[in-house]
Structures are given as structure tokens and as C-alpha cells.
Ligand binder design. Structure first.
Ligand code: TRP
Length: 334
């Protein structure tokens, strides 16, 4: 038991999860839960850092995300699923960490920089938003995690976590270990159905894990392909063509996919044929996910129990971590 590595990972609940989330991190979590001690956190407080005026959106999404986790096969018997807001010790730890980070360093975090631009914050960046990577460092270290399975966009967060860990250990004595990101090998960022480099809700180019068969089929048939592949007889491009990217990612019949690619490149293969096959592949991938979702859907009591139990378990660990932290700093007089 004790030689199992500890994993902590999570998502901001701002909406349902999509295939990009699956490829980026969900599939790793499902795979790793049987061999590691895994904690998966619903980062509701982090989601509020840019949604302060719309808490209901976050609250609704918490249960959508939880359902997505269970549907893809994250098993509450093997993985502890918990809510960030249920662990006040994370914020407590983050407050000590904030002294170890400069505002200049926070402003240089490339993921934060991108997000600030995307959201048009300009001069009015919520302070909580700017510092959420520090809070995230506390998420990760509150359970002494060693591994963090995430998409590539989260690498700057891991780097910042390790800087904080090093500073903390240097000043107060060795309490925390450095952590390692685990990025998927095959494809760390799934492109959108419209060919944009990233699948995301805000870009309106996502296929959701909760989409029904009809919705998936419509989205697939409307996908972007090679804009120069006008007639079936024209030679087409496979690179940058999301239909083929998705086949590579979700298909299992590699020989058939290779044959389709060769035919498409040569010319003589229409988009519709490839899209129909992709639709079959995706429906097959989503079928067991849909079946598992049905087991939990509508059972609000069960969902709440899972989240409550997981949160309680993490709180016990978090209390121990905070005790160690306060002892290391010397805050032991009360
Ligand atoms: N920032 C992550 C995201 O946007 C979510 C997250 C919060 C997270 N805390 C975490 C991921 C801790 C890994 C570890 O997807």
C-alpha cells in the first residue's frame, strides 16, 4: 500500500466535460486509479475566481462534472473524489504560500496570461484569479501528491508548485516533496470539431461526454475537414484534419484507419464516408460511458454521499498537513 504513488488532480466545474478532457486527463485517471492512491478534486473555489457573480453556474456544474467522472469510470471505491470548498485547509496553506511568490512571477505564468487575455480582464483582473496557481499548489501538496495527471496547459502550474515547494522547504525545513506532471503521450490537446487547436466550450467546438447519440452524430457530420477537399475525387489532407485526429485518438482498428488515410490522401474518398465511420467509432466509445451515467443520473443522494465521504477523508489528511506546516513555521503557541 505505502509504496503507491499519490495522485492529486482535478477540474474547474464551469460546465460539462468533453472529449478534450477525456484525452487530456480523464483517461489517465481511470487507468491509474487501480495502481495509485488517487484524489480527484472538483475545484469549485478556483472556478469562482472568474465567476464570482455567477455562483449558480459553478454549483450546477459540480454535479455535471461528478457525473462525468463516474460515467467515464472513475470509481469512488478506488478514487477519492472531493470538493475544494470542503477543505478550508487548502486556503489556509495557500495563504502561507502566497508569501513565497511575487506578483511579478504570478503575472508571468503563461496559462494565466492566456486566460487573462481570453477573458478580456485587462486592468481589472480579480486578485483571486491571479493567485489561483498558488491555491492550486496548495491543492496538490495538501495530500502530499507526487503525480499530477493533467493536460499540457497545466504544466506552468506544476512548475510554480515546485518553486513554492522548494522555497517552503528551504525556509521552514523539508515538509513537502516536489511533484511531477503526467501528460498523456498520444495527444495532450485534442483539437476542436472546427479544426481549431483546442477543444473548448468557449470556442463552441466541443463534443461532450454527456451528448446523446443524435447530437454526436450531428456534430460529427458538421465537422471541419480539409477545406481544399471539395470533391471526393480530390486528394485530401490528413494532417490538421480533426476527423482523422479523432479516429487516431478514439479508433481501435489501426489498419482500417491507415487504409482510410491512404485513400483520402490519394483522392477518391469522400468526407461523408470518413465521418460516418468516425461517428460509429465515437458512439462505440461513448456507449459504456452512457450506460454508467444512467446508473448515477438522477440519484442526487448517492452523488452527494460520494462527494461528502471523499471530502471528509481528505479533510483528515489536510488537518495533519496543516499541523506539520504550522510546526515547521513555528506557529505552535496556541
Ligand atoms: N487548473 C485546473 C484546470 O483548469 C484544475 C485544477 C485545480 C487542478 N486544482 C488542480 C488540476 C490541482 C490538477 C491539480 O483544469
Amino acid at each position: 500500500m505505502s509504496d503507491k504513488k499519490i495522485i492529486l488532480t482535478g477540474d474547474r466545474p464551469t460546465g460539462k466535460l468533453h472529449l478534450g478532457h477525456y484525452v487530456g486527463s480523464l483517461q489517465n485517471r481511470v487507468k491509474l486509479q487501480s495502481t495509485h492512491t488517487q484524489y480527484v478534486m472538483i475545484a469549485d473555489q478556483q472556478a469562482l475566481t472568474d465567476n464570482a457573480d455567477n455562483p449558480q453556474k459553478i454549483i450546477d456544474a459540480i454535479f455535471d462534472v461528478l457525473l462525468d467522472y463516474l460515467a467515464v469510470g472513475i470509481d469512488p471505491k478506488q478514487t477519492t473524489i472531493f470538493a475544494q470548498s470542503g477543505i478550508p485547509q487548502i486556503s489556509e496553506l495557500a495563504f502561507y504560500y502566497l508569501n513565497l511568490v511575487t506578483v511579478a512571477r504570478l503575472s508571468r505564468n503563461p496559462t494565466i496570461k492566456d486566460e487573462i487575455k481570453q477573458r478580456g480582464f485587462e486592468e481589472s483582473i480579480p486578485a483571486g484569479f491571479l493567485v489561483y496557481p498558488v491555491h492550486q499548489a496548495a491543492d496538490i501538496t495538501i495530500v502530499n501528491a507526487q503525480l499530477v495527471p493533467v493536460g499540457a496547459d497545466q504544466l506552468p502550474m506544476i512548475e510554480q508548485t515546485n518553486e513554492i515547494v522548494r522555497s517552503f522547504n528551504r525556509i521552514y525545513g523539508s515538509v513537502f516533496n516536489e511533484v511531477e506532471a503526467l501528460i498523456p503521450e498520444k495527444c495532450s490537446r485534442l483539437m476542436g470539431t472546427n479544426g481549431q487547436e483546442k477543444m473548448s466550450k468557449s470556442l463552441n467546438n466541443a463534443i461532450y461526454l454527456a451528448d446523446d447519440a443524435d447530437t454526436v452524430s450531428k456534430k460529427v457530420m458538421g465537422m471541419y475537414t480539409d477545406p481544399n477537399h471539395l470533391r471526393a475525387s480530390d486528394p485530401g489532407r490528413v494532417e490538421g484534419n480533426p476527423v482523422f485526429t479523432y479516429l487516431d485518438t478514439f479508433g481501435t482498428d489501426t489498419q482500417k484507419i491507415q487504409d482510410l488515410k491512404d485513400h483520402y490522401t490519394r483522392g477518391g474518398l469522400g468526407d461523408v464516408v470518413v465521418k460516418k465511420y468516425l461517428n460509429e467509432v465515437l458512439q462505440e466509445f461513448l456507449t459504456p460511458i452512457r450506460t454508467r451515467r444512467k446508473e448515477f443520473e438522477g440519484n442526487q443522494d448517492l452523488l452527494k454521499t460520494i462527494l461528502k465521504q471523499g471530502t471528509q477523508d481528505v479533510r483528515t489528511i489536510a488537518e495533519q498537513t496543516i499541523k506539520k506546516v504550522k510546526t515547521a513555521i513555528g506557529l505552535t503557541y496556541i
